[in-house]
Design a protein around this ligand. Structure first.
Ligand SMILES: *Cc1c(COP(=O)(O)O)cnc(C)c1O
Length: 462
């Protein structure tokens, strides 16, 4: 029976349900599949705006923009129209030796928005990380400094899960099983504002972390190609937020020690932190900027690494081996680029960031009870990212909370004991209230369960 001809409401455990067929054939990401014996995956049959519609006939508010990608909700008519029009003209052509309108336009527009004039494309965030790291090390090699081929990142940093990206991803759960495969990079202290000492503010914590970076670079700059960081919010670390001063300090230190600064804005780019790009709040420019996730508004897989004329120039030569030798089959795919162009249209609408700021205030107000909850610590927000740490002894808080939120028609997946929301920019008044009420009710329900539960190992899946 085709999925389309099946009746709408099917019990989740019935063997013909999408969930059951999925468990028999699909290996789901970031998942211990055995867990699905108790909690089957939720089959989604369509989505519109911030709402996901389940096969079970229920709807769920997408409070985390489907892993941080759907900036303007699902099925946005402008993005849909852009992709459909492109599909009529040109679906795909290889980008080696060929070019096309969408990739040229996208590169020109990204250059205008960032001041970084050369765009290299990949298909996902992890490949963008790989591209930036390879480009940085190859730059130094081309400049006669092949010994500069190591990297440094921040404690708790996340830059993707392919083998190269894992080298700069400091999240033990993702890394430990693959440790023998990974060339581990150094990590320096995170500027996380929560680490501020008594009497110290967020800026003080940032300055202290910058001193640690200074000390590290002073010793290791000769072997270091680049510092990679997530500007303003380390999302996968549990929405660890820091003062923009750290970015100014990091830029100055990278200049002083001749080390590239790679800004990984895969999660925080495109208005998420309140400015178009997060690093702009520090008034700095990175040497490399990694973009993905929101780049296509959550419609198609695409990533980009933007860089300077200076870096580009170091590869420009008669010698093939001095060129940047990296490719993916779908590099610069026209459909994905057209989705990105339509997304940029939406981002560049006059007043978009201002409207988001108003929406954020409305969400702040609606979430006041959660923010003031006796068991919540470090309630914080940066732009359109909210986080609340929960004082709980439950090692599986995240899973329990997620289940309670879903039961209330709300998709939220805490990281460890940090509840966070990263909603699409298109919530109406009812959706805001639904998010706030559901988030609070799920917390109460989870805390009510807390007494007398057995304790499996801690989990921190995003
Ligand atoms: C998600 C993410 C990545 C990896 O992107 P994928 O598309 O999942 O490979 C890299 N860096 C940051 C900051 C991310 O949030």
């Amino acid at each position: 029976m085709s999925p389309r001809s099946r009746p709408e409401a099917v019990a989740p455990h019935s063997s013909s349900s999408l969930a059951a067929r999925s468990l028999a054939s699909v290996w789901h990401p970031c998942t211990q599949m055995k867990r699905h014996e108790a909690d089957p995956p939720v089959a989604i049959v369509r989505a519109e705006g911030p709402w996901l519609h389940g096969e079970d006939g229920r709807r769920y508010l997408d409070g985390i923009s489907s892993w941080w990608v759907n900036l303007f909700g699902h099925g946005h008519p402008h993005i849909r129209a852009g992709v459909a029009a492109q599909l009529e003209r040109l679906d795909h052509v290889m980008l080696a030796g060929f070019t096309h309108e969408p990739v040229v336009q996208l590169s020109e527009r990204l250059a205008r928005l960032t001041g970084l004039g050369h765009a290299f494309y990949g298909s996902d965030g992890a490949s963008a990380t790989e591209i930036a790291l390879k480009m940085s090390a190859h730059y130094w090699r081309n400049r006669g400094l092949p010994g500069k081929n190591r990297f440094v990142g921040l404690a708790g940093g996340y830059h993707g899960e392919t083998v190269g990206a894992l080298g700069v991803t400091d999240i033990a759960l993702f890394r430990s099983a693959y440790a023998p495969l990974v060339r581990l990079s150094a990590t320096v202290a995170s500027p996380d504002a929560r680490a501020a000492r008594p009497g110290e503010d967020a800026r003080g914590a940032a300055l202290r972390a910058a001193q640690a970076l200074d000390a590290w670079l002073a010793e290791h700059h000769a072997s270091t190609a680049a510092l990679i960081l997530e500007p303003l919010v380390q999302c996968a670390a549990g929405m660890a937020m820091h003062d923009a001063e750290y970015l100014r300090q990091a830029r100055a230190l990278c200049d002083r020690y001749q080390v590239h600064l790679v800004a990984d804005e895969i999660a925080v780019g495109f208005g998420r932190t309140g400015s178009l790009f997060a690093h702009q709040q520090a008034g700095i420019r990175p040497d490399f900027l990694c973009l993905s996730k929101g780049l296509t508004g959550g419609t198609l897989a695409l990533s980009a690494v933007l860089t300077t004329d200076e870096v580009y120039g170091a590869f420009y030569d008669d010698d093939v081996a001095r060129g940047f030798l990296h490719s993916h089959s779908y590099t610069g795919n026209p459909l994905a680029c057209s989705a990105a162009l339509a997304t940029l249209d939406l981002l560049e609408q006059p007043g978009l960031l201002q409207r988001n700021a108003h929406l954020a205030q409305a969400i702040d107000t609606a979430c006041a009870a959660l923010t003031g909850h006796a068991r919540v610590r470090h309630a914080r927000r940066q732009g359109m990212i909210w986080a609340w740490d929960v004082d709980t002894a439950l090692p599986d808080f995240s899973r329990r909370y997620h289940r309670h939120a879903m039961a209330r028609g709300l998709l939220l997946r805490p990281i460890g004991n940090t509840i966070y929301a990263m909603p699409p920019y298109v919530l109406d008044v009812q959706a805001v209230q639904h998010l706030a009420d559901g988030a609070l009710a799920a917390l109460e329900a989870t805390l009510a369960e807390e007494a007398g539960t057995a304790a499996p190992a801690e989990e921190r899946l995003p």
